[in-house]
Ligand binder design. Sequence first.
Ligand SMILES: [Zn+2]
Length: 59
Amino acid sequence: MATWDETEIGEETCDECGAVYSVSIKQFPLRDKDRFVCSCGNVLKEWNSTTCYFYERVS
Ligand SMILES: [Zn+2]
């Protein structure tokens, strides 16, 4: 089973509501077009690449 390394790149805070997210990136073999939207509706990240972003709320 293939696995891809997940790398934690730090924390990001939403400008709109102040929510703090722990951000990780992961490399995928295929290009991915996606985005992450905060629970308040603010778009924190958009990407169109083989690097995908994962946001986990910490506060
Ligand atoms: Zn927010």
